[in-house]
Design a protein around this ligand. Structure first.
Ligand code: ATP
Ligand code: MG
Length: 230
């Protein structure tokens, strides 16, 4: 991608079907101006995560193309594509190691101040402080067991630490309690400042601040508009 990445995302008539199931997305066109927040909503199995997987090039579309800043992503190295996108996916992957290792995965050697800021924005800092060794507490088989919501917040902190021009949150706060969700919601405006955010969520409260909401139904764009329009 040509630098700096501004973060304009567009899907142009994108169709993709998984070989094994025949399911996927059909003729999806959508445009997210740089710096905007797009919310994707729709029933389970409607194709939301598939769109995200196409944006990250886990798969390539069978028809149409996905572009960032007008550049087709299939012409871009996977490395620079994935550097431009911070992903908090539906399945959180933590590995054996410390909380610090897990947060700094995308930016090894990040300083304490930056780690703390990312963790605060993700509403993870307070619970990290309550752990026996703080950031150096081990997670995984030999370490502490974290709740689903805590794991999601670490994953969000990891994505924020890389300060990506495009941030994708796929059900990133589905497992946190309502109070934590509200707190993350409050920092989301700051999180979204100066970057493009694509957010998939079931809770309506998570998406009220989106510039645009797109409803996906059976792999197609069914409706789009602002929160007040829909
Ligand atoms: P949810 O809200 O439950 O996360 P979603 O909108 O993210 O749903 P997708 O995960 O995009 O839905 O799935 C879209 C369709 O593609 C579904 O019918 C699903 O069963 C199918 N599908 C998803 N992943 C695969 C895969 N790896 N192989 C085959 N079919 C798949
Ligand atoms: Mg999904």
């Amino acid at each position: 991608l040509s630098q700096p990445v501004r973060g304009r995302v567009s899907f142009e008539g994108v169709s993709f079907h998984y070989e094994s199931s025949g399911m996927g997305v059909d003729g999806v066109s959508l445009h997210v101006p740089a710096g905007n927040t797009l919310a994707l909503v729709g029933a389970t199995g409607s194709g939301k995560s598939t769109l995200i997987k196409l944006l990250l090039r886990f798969y390539d579309p069978q028809q149409g193309q996905v572009c960032i800043d007008g550049q087709p992503i299939r012409e871009v190295s996977l490395c620079s594509l994935r550097q431009a996108i911070g992903l908090v996916s539906q399945e959180v992957y933590l590995f054996e190691g410390s909380i610090r290792d897990n947060i700094t995965y995308g930016r090894p050697g990040a300083c304490e101040t930056d780690i703390a800021e990312a963790a605060r924005m993700a509403e993870a800092w307070d619970f990290i402080q309550t752990l026996p060794e703080g950031l150096d507490t081990l997670v995984g088989e030999r370490g502490v067991r974290l709740s689903g919501g805590q794991r999601q917040r670490l994953s969000l902190a990891r994505a924020l630490l890389t300060d990506p021009p495009i941030l994708v949150l796929d059900e990133a706060t589905s497992a946190v309690d309502n109070e934590t969700e509200a707190a993350i919601q409050r920092s989301l405006q700051r999180i979204g400042y100066g970057r493009t955010v694509i957010i998939i969520a079931h809770r309506l409260s998570t998406i009220v601040h989106a510039d645009e909401i797109i409803v996906i139904d059976q792999g197609r764009v069914a409706e789009q508009g602002t929160h007040t329009e829909l």
